[in-house]
Design a protein around this ligand. Structure first.
Ligand code: ASP
Length: 335
């Protein structure tokens, strides 16, 4: 029988009704079987870990990602799979960060949450947890990846984006189909799942914090770029451009970008579109960026690009190595 560790970090999913006041409050993870007795019927041993404090995922940060990664490292030998309960707001960022921090993963790490609290009648949390645990405990198909399970679909975590704050279909993976779909059966698309690693599991313990996301928009000004370039210690920018990687061609913009590259800031070009890829050089509007040394994020999501940059700049010192890694497919995050 498989051993699964369920880690509760916070978010909407963990809210249940106070039996006296009727108000929603965070549940005690150790009472998970009281809240969801059906979990006992899944053929696995479940143990639980509750983070302290539990948080709304809007308070997620690099320290917490390193903590989750070390928690998995310390429990890796003891468990066959991990399920992380997490708020939906930053779930794609966390999934991306963990995918980079956990190298040569051979066990499933399935992150899930819900749009409606577990304590509400129509909650999606119930089905999300049940299927996430079933997938993590599957004896035949072992998923060696950090995934998000949501609304009956299993996604590669570092390919996802939260796209809906209202409906249960909250996540989207525009450049990679889901890895599995849950219906009467769980149907896995084996050809999309990463192969098991050939080398030993390794957990990184550093992330660079000096990075930002800069969204290109029609009102962008010289003052805006000056303000960005004056951020102390800035080391990396994920630059969200239009379409296939296009940005303004005006001098103030190109000079601003060049100034930052000359200062040693890594700039990665990602698209604002929810699907498709950056192709620098396809239009004149991206040729200059390419020639200046802006890195192509290809079809990476903004969330994965930020996490990748924090990982690469935090763990490697050599500039050429950083660039090589930033442009390579490390964990299935680009096609
Ligand atoms: N604000 C919540 C969170 O991300 C939303 C959710 O869980 O869906 O923690």
């Amino acid at each position: 029988m498989k051993n699964i560790l369920v880690i509760y970090t916070g978010g909407t999913i963990g809210m249940v009704k106070d039996s006296i006041t009727g108000a929603l409050k965070p549940f005690d993870m150790h009472k998970i079987y009281e809240v969801l007795p059906v979990l006992k019927k899944i053929d696995c041993n479940i143990e639980t870990y509750q983070c302290n404090p539990i948080i709304d995922s809007s308070d997620m940060n690099a320290d917490k990602w390193l903590l989750f990664a070390s928690l998995i490292r310390d429990n890796y030998a003891k468990y066959d799979g991990f399920v992380i309960l997490h708020g939906t707001d930053t779930m794609s960022y966390t999934a991306s960060a963990l995918s980079f921090l956990l190298k040569n993963l051979s066990k499933p790490v399935i992150i899930t949450g819900s749009q409606l609290p577990l304590g509400m009648i129509r909650t999606d949390g119930r089905d999300n947890i049940i299927s996430a645990v079933e997938i993590a405990a599957n004896n035949e198909i072992v998923i060696p990846e950090v995934c998000i399970f949501f609304d009956n679909k299993l996604y590669r975590g570092n390919r996802t984006t939260k796209i809906n704050a209202e409906y249960f279909e909250a996540f989207y993976s525009g450049n990679l189909p889901s890895l599995a779909k849950v219906g009467i059966n769980i149907s896995y698309k084996k050809h999309l799942i990463l192969p098991p690693p050939e080398e030993e599991f390794f957990v990184y313990d550093k992330l660079c914090r000096d990075v930002i996301i800069m969204k290109i928009h029609p009102a962008i000004s010289k003052e805006y770029l000056d303000a960005v370039s004056n951020i102390p210690n800035l080391k990396g920018i994920v630059m969200e451009t239009y379409g296939s990687g296009n940005a303004p061609t005006k001098d103030f913009f190109l000079q601003g970008i060049k100034r930052m590259i000359d200062k040693g800031v890594m700039i990665m070009n990602v698209t604002q579109c929810k699907a498709g890829s950056v192709e620098m050089g396809h239009y004149q509007a991206s040729c200059d960026l390419r020639d200046m040394g802006v890195i192509s994020g290809k079809d990476i999501t903004t969330e994965a690009a930020l996490a990748k940059m924090m990982f690469v700049l935090g763990n490697f010192d050599d500039r050429n190595k950083q660039k090589e890694l930033a442009e390579s497919n490390l964990r299935g995050e680009i096609s």
